[in-house]
Design a protein around this ligand. Structure first.
Ligand SMILES: [Zn+2]
Length: 347
């Protein structure tokens, strides 16, 4: 039995350097492609446009601390590099639909996602992870909206003109620096006007509360887990979870073990069992209700536990949740209904 599901985050576009044909033909590399997605019930997902730090950047250093590690911010991205790279990634995303022969569609409306769940095609939700490619006048934002952009994480785990992400630290609170800049606050309002979802996953805690105060949409973290279980900066504290629940938002539970966002010891263990991912689902549902927990893999943007392997492991995770006693109605919510509700309320 496999559940149709909506996934909160993948970085698969980054992998398709040699063109998008590889996505449809399938690959032994990475976590997600069309054949494996079809087999697994992946009906729709957020496809991230991300600008990697240029290879000229010094290799990121990770400092060991008595109980864990700290990773400093990479340098800020150069504007012209970010503009050019963002265009390149969005063009690549648009190729997916063009070359799909009807198998892939850019999700512009809720109906597009619903039809994907009925099996008509795979729906890709265009997401920007770290908005360095967007100028202060929001010209690019408006152009990208027309191209299909429906979700933005204002920052990745570095600084930009809109605010500061969380640097990777373990164990550490997500309260690591200042909140959104003035133009960052304007970006939130502009996204509200357009109906673009704001993703809180890489924001530091002050930035999170700024969005919570300004935004009129449900609060969403597309790929983050519970800080109470795994105290890494990228995870959400109980107070943050409560705010997401109160706003009728959602958390996409991530499978990332690099950085480790699952285990209490933060040790990037490949042997992390699926039951530890299920514990985050359980914790979030116990804290704020099953209406506010969903899936947010981070496929092709991280390493995942061996037991999951790639997108074909998601049915095993769903079976495990079923064996844990979740009802069919709850599993429908976790797999797709919660995402549908939030997208409907936001777009
Ligand atoms: Zn991410």
């Amino acid at each position: 039995m496999s559940y149709k599901f909506i996934d909160g985050h993948n970085d698969t576009l980054l992998r398709l350097d040699k063109g998008v044909d590889e996505f449809f033909e399938g690959s032994k590399q990475g976590h997600l492609d069309w054949p494996r997605a079809k087999k697994s019930g992946f009906a729709a997902g957020f496809f991230a446009v991300f600008c990697p730090n240029p290879s000229t950047d010094p290799t990121p250093v990770v400092y060991a601390t008595p109980k864990g590690y700290e990773k400093p911010f990479p340098p800020k991205l150069d504007d012209s590099y970010a503009y050019q790279y963002t265009n390149k990634m969005i063009a690549r995303f648009l190729q997916l639909e063009k070359k799909s022969g009807g198998r892939f569609k850019t999700a512009r409306t809720l109906k597009d996602v619903e039809s994907a769940l009925e099996g008509e095609y795979m729906a890709g939700i265009l997401h920007i992870e770290g908005a360095e490619g967007i100028d202060e006048d929001f010209d690019a934002l408006h152009v990208y909206y027309e191209a299909g952009l429906r979700s933005i994480g204002p920052v990745w785990s570095r600084e930009n003109r809109f605010g500061e992400g969380v640097p990777y630290r373990f164990p550490h609170s997500p309260d690591t620096g200042p909140g959104l800049t003035e133009v960052g606050k304007k970006l939130v309002k502009e996204c509200n006007k357009l109906g673009i979802m704001i993703d809180l996953s890489h924001l530091n805690e002050k930035g999170f509360w700024d969005v919570a105060k300004i935004s009129n949409a449900p609060l969403v973290a597309t790929h983050s887990n519970a800080h109470s279980i795994c105290p890494v900066t990228r995870n959400l504290t109980d107070r943050q979870l409560d705010a997401i629940g109160k706003s009728n938002g959602v958390v996409g539970v991530t499978y990332s073990i690099n950085p480790d966002m699952i285990s209490a010891d933060g040790k990037n263990n490949e042997k992390t069992p699926l039951s530890e991912i299920a514990s985050h689902v359980q914790y979030i549902a116990d804290r704020i209700g099953v209406d506010h927990v969903a899936l947010g893999s981070d496929f092709d943007g991280t390493r995942v536990p061996q037991e999951l392997k790639d997108v074909t492991g998601v049915p095993r995770l769903m079976s495990l949740l079923k064996n844990d006693g979740w009802s069919e109605a709850d599993l429908d919510k976790i797999s797709h209904k919660n995402w549908l509700r939030v997208l409907g309320d936001t777009w």
